[in-house]
Design a binder for this molecule. Sequence first.
Ligand SMILES: Nc1ncnc2c1ncn2[C@@H]1O[C@H](COP(=O)(O)OP(=O)(O)OP(=O)(O)O)[C@@H](O)[C@H]1O
Ligand SMILES: [Mg+2]
Length: 228
Amino acid sequence: MNDSNNLLLELSEVARSYPEPAGRIPVLTGIDLSVKSGEWVAVTGPSGSGKTTLLNLIALLDTPDCGSIKLNGREVARLPEDRAAELRSRQIGMVFQLHHLLPQCSALENVLLPTIPAKIDGQTALERARSLLCRIGLESRMNHFPGQLSGGECQRVAVARALINSPSLLLADEPTGALDLHATDALLELLAGFHRDGMTILMVTHSERAAAAAQRRYVLGSGKLVKA
Ligand SMILES: Nc1ncnc2c1ncn2[C@@H]1O[C@H](COP(=O)(O)OP(=O)(O)OP(=O)(O)O)[C@@H](O)[C@H]1O
Ligand SMILES: [Mg+2]
């Protein structure tokens, strides 16, 4: 950790627009956001307000037009792709609205996938994957394929996959968007458990129920974040 106030993520004046035939369409126009290590922050906002655009920038999957993104005090907004990929693989876990598990791989294999580019020793990776699958309540279904699991179970596997490399930051894009009430609560309880253990979570969501589980809330609108 770089400084005394424990800032894990710091965005300053981040802007992103997309090119359109009629000119560039501004989506994010000046995002300021600070997340301390161990916090759980939720961002809500209407469809099309730029929530996924924001998470993609923080996940180093996209580059802002201008502004600064610091992770652990280090500027990361404009890293060469190989260094961004390496940092993403070690420091950032990501969960999407639709779990994006590989259908031809078992739950265990899906959770193990991110350990390959991260070059984690095979036995260590296997032990950690098994332990995470137990933690998410799927100890008896590790060898099932996504098609044999419920939507809620698949999403819990996606959380385990996001956490397998022990990232500093868990990003979640509408993690409960495709789930019913029961599965939503199970997923939120799971996230709450990892948060209690110290995980830093930044989640974007339409769900009032999901946002209420976070410690701090922001609303994204007109290209800016405001405290809820
Ligand atoms: N690659 C792209 N090229 C052009 N426009 C894009 C691109 N990605 C997103 N947009 C536009 O940027 C705006 C914000 O999109 P984004 O996906 O970030 O919204 P969102 O808040 O995540 O919406 P939702 O709640 O529906 O997921 C939308 O108007 C969208 O059409
Ligand atoms: Mg989105």
